[in-house]
Design a protein around this ligand. Sequence first.
Ligand SMILES: C[S@@+](CC[C@H](N)C(=O)[O-])C[C@H]1O[C@@H](n2cnc3c(N)ncnc32)[C@H](O)[C@@H]1O
Length: 325
Amino acid sequence: MVIENSFPTPQSVNPRAASVTSLDGADEPHAVSINPRDGEWLDANRAQWDERVPLHLASDFYDQSALRAGDGRLTPIDEAELQGLFPGDDGRFRLDGKRVLHLQCHFGADTLTIAQRGASVIGLDFSPPAIRAARALAADVGLAERTRFLIANLYDARHALPEPDSFDVVFTTWGTIGWLPDVAEWARIIEWFLAPGGTLYFADGHPAAMVFDSTSSPSAPLPEFAYPYGDRNPLILDQADDYADGDAVLTHTRSWEWAHPTSEIVGALLEAGLQIDKLGEHFEVPWKMFDQLVPTGDGMFGWPDGTPWLPLALEVVASKPGGER
Ligand SMILES: C[S@@+](CC[C@H](N)C(=O)[O-])C[C@H]1O[C@@H](n2cnc3c(N)ncnc32)[C@H](O)[C@@H]1O
């Protein structure tokens, strides 16, 4: 399979990045070279994620009651796909005896939900408070024996966890690669960790939807174009709000984010040696991505009147050739 795109290279001029902020405070847009393992981008993003952890732990958005009652749930999109891949008798997916690596695990809610379905799970995240909270939550729900939580930048994962070819599933969902500068390396890392025959499950906001923003026009009937689809430069944002806590005013307001087109994501996984088993597009997403979205039940949000304007979520199932499933 050949995946092609003709997006401009990262050296191209990015008018939007300049209008959000410029790298050195000057008005000129900059082409940027990013070191995935170090730099201002990493420090800024980690500081912001560290600050979000206590807010999220206390939020309704990350309600832990079902998890604490022994019955955690992933989003309906994840649940349906994983049930198809790893069917359980009661209509819920089961991963008994499987080893799962959860990348960008935040405070471990999904990690522990996956452990409740029988897996041994390692969660990895670069935020120390997130990992401390995950370890405490694991102890609270009686899953400390079958879970392990590591603090590491995604790009240092192979050093933090030197276990190549050893996971049946790599799971990474909802709010992941937008924080990562280098998707090609992300894909190589996933391939490196998967056992032959192992499965990647990825779901996130759809790259096509990520071009919109509603904050400049909350009363408009639909969100408006704000970010070019093919932009390869970082989008450096300065925002004090938090998606999970409407009252939050963050002090670490600066973040570095990246738009990754669908062809870049799928192309990176293929280039890394994985086989694409499924590419799914959904008109729902598990957070209020735009002011104009409406609740559709089960914590999901969709377009007003159910009009399928553009997909809001992208799902990719990929596998590493070889082995047995
Ligand atoms: C939106 S959250 C993911 C939440 C996830 N859906 C969950 O609840 O399991 C994004 C996570 O990515 C982590 N993160 C962002 N950049 C990272 C990096 N370079 N390396 C490791 N973790 C990172 C953040 O600390 C945060 O916990």
